[in-house]
Design a protein around this ligand. Structure first.
Ligand code: PAF
Length: 287
């Protein structure tokens, strides 16, 4: 088993090896956290790992670029794969295991199952990325079962993803506690994302407009301005700033992501918009 020098991070590629290492932890009563990732780690991921390290006895980070959640072959091909630098970032944080299985390990020949979490996975990203949340739910369920973790850490940026995972965990009685960590932003407000490195210099200069527009729009809604015209103004502003297309910009209930016509309960804005060929998502709570 490869070990990095002077660190206790071990890399596993198979579920058999993973279980052999984690079974004794469970027997000793250790609380295990899993942080599911697709690699290309940035400060947002590291904040999940730090939260996991603080709240659990053992930390497993998973790294698997899951083909089943990509509805676009070009997006899958262009997804950054940076395992060596991911390992270098994880080792000093006290991660015990990096579980980086191969595609055949996760989807052996004959693999035929898919988890569909209806309702919450429809609309927003679900409406624009057919099959995406089935792919997410299926791989996350596998990772939960393979790691046998007691708790799992996800970023709030993928707000709908977290809602889908929570619903699945409830529906399937998976014994895991889903915990979230706030979005980590660049100094100019851009939400950290593995896709940000794909932005050209000109696009990177425009990108912070997304968060700025959300914050401004949230403030208008909080102060009582009707939702529909404020959202229309915000979309116009994003297109004027240089965004090519807006998949959605919506105000939804904070608890169950139901669409809101008026601000009469805890709410949040969620957006997905294209800058050139890069799709960015963001979300802010209305306070
Ligand atoms: O958020 C992600 O990076 C992925 O959707 C996840 C949860 C690792 C599943 O592949």
């Amino acid at each position: 088993v490869p070990k990095t020098a002077a660190m206790n991070l071990t890399i596993f590629r198979t579920v058999t090896d993973l279980r052999a290492a984690t079974n004794p932890w469970r027997q000793q009563g250790h609380k295990i956290a899993v942080v599911p990732t697709m690699g290309a780690l940035h400060a947002g991921h590291l904040s999940l790992v730090q939260a996991a390290r603080a709240q659990a006895d053992r930390v497993i980070v998973t790294l698997f670029v899951n083909p089943k959640q990509f509805n676009n072959a070009d997006d899958l091909a262009a997804y950054p794969r940076t395992e060596a630098s991911d390992v270098a970032q994880l080792a000093p944080l006290g991660v015990d295991i990096l579980y980086a299985p191969t595609e055949t390990e996760m989807y052996p020949p004959g693999f035929a199952s898919s988890i569909c979490v209806s309702g919450i996975s429809e609309g927003l990203c679900g409406a624009h990325r057919p099959g995406h949340f089935n792919g997410v739910a299926t791989i996350v369920a596998k990772l939960f079962l393979q790691t046998g973790a007691d708790m799992a850490f996800f970023g709030e940026k993928d707000f709908q993803q977290v809602a889908v995972v929570r619903r699945m965990v409830m529906d399937l009685n998976i014994p895991i506690d889903v915990r979230t960590v706030p979005i980590v932003r660049e100094a100019d407000g851009l939400a950290m994302s593995s896709r940000n490195i794909r932005l050209s210099a000109a696009e990177r200069a425009i990108a912070p407009t997304l968060a700025a527009t959300l914050i401004k729009t949230a403030a208008h809604i909080a102060s009582g301005t009707p939702i529909a015209p404020v959202l229309a103004t915000a979309k116009t502003a994003l297109l004027a700033a240089g965004f090519r297309e807006i998949d959605y910009l919506e105000c939804r209930s904070d608890t169950d992501l139901q669409p809101l016509k008026q601000y009469d309960r805890p709410a949040r804005l969620l957006v997905a918009a294209w800058l050139g060929n890069t799709r960015l998502i963001d979300t802010v709570a209305i306070q």
